[in-house]
Design a binder for this molecule. Structure first.
Ligand code: SAH
Length: 230
């Protein structure tokens, strides 16, 4: 009796895994590959990381749609295409050290951790850091991520320099400490804008003379970066 119940429970669980895995495969094809994402490490991460573990329960059925969703504390998890686009722009390798500002649900951090074990992430709302840790434990990537609660305007000097920095909330201007904490050819991907309607995703690359080369990618809508002097 117990045995067959347990077998049924296991079968249910793996059927559920398959449903999510095929939803992820569809998401990767339609929303990423068909829209030009082609970095194999990014595609592998997006195919593997269970986004449904990072959204609040009422959104589980929409977890693999290409849309931003509400999480907790009035914050949002970014849409899969933007997560992939930003990750690809950072040109990561398996040895890159990366700082994320705005842990939120912890989904973007898990994508980064699929590529490199040197992920550092900072979040201003403690409840979100705590919840993200639970999700990383459930997925099994917690040992690749070092997280703290604090204001990312100051970066995280203790672990600098970083080969890449990704900011997932929007300041009105780039906090200068982030430039300082990049390595000699480091990349910074950040949504900048005075208002929600006028934000742009920017990618900065540090040049040999220390100046920053700026590329504007696409218009975006991120939650505002709080704290600092804003
Ligand atoms: N990367 C996240 C997206 C979260 S939304 C994900 O994958 O889910 C942006 C997050 O930035 C929010 O959780 C918000 O609380 C946080 N944030 C806003 N201002 C911040 C600051 N000054 N320092 C650190 N985090 C900040």
């Amino acid at each position: 009796m117990f045995r067959s119940f347990r077998h049924r429970a296991q079968a249910d669980q793996s059927a559920e895994r398959d449903v999510h895995a095929s939803a992820r495969d569809r998401m990767v094809q339609r929303h990423l590959i068909d829209r030009g994402i082609d970095d194999p490490a990014v595609l592998a991460a997006m195919r593997d990381v269970p986004r449904h573990l990072f959204v609040s329960p009422e959104h589980i059925n929409s977890a693999y749609d290409d849309q931003a969703l509400g999480i907790w504390a009035g914050q949002t998890i970014s849409q899969p295409y933007i997560v992939a686009l930003m990750t690809q722009a950072l040109a990561l390798t398996s040895t890159s050290r990366i700082l994320e500002v705005g842990t939120g649900s912890g989904y973007q951090s898990a994508i980064l951790a699929h590529i490199t074990p040197h992920v550092f992430t900072i979040e201003i709302i403690k409840e979100l850091t705590d919840r993200a840790r639970l999700a990383w434990n459930a997925y099994g990537c917690a040992d690749r991520i070092t997280a703290t609660t604090g204001d990312g305007h100051a970066g995280w000097a203790e672990h600098a320099p970083y080969d890449a920095i990704i900011v997932t909330c929007s300041p009105v201007a780039v906090p200068p400490r982030l430039f300082e904490q990049l390595t000699a050819d480091g990349r910074l991907c950040i949504p900048v804008g005075r208002r929600l309607e006028s934000q742009h995703l920017l990618v900065y690359t540090k040049q040999p003379n220390g100046s920053m080369h700026k590329r504007q990618i696409i218009p975006v809508r991120f939650v505002p970066m709080t704290g600092g002097d804003d």
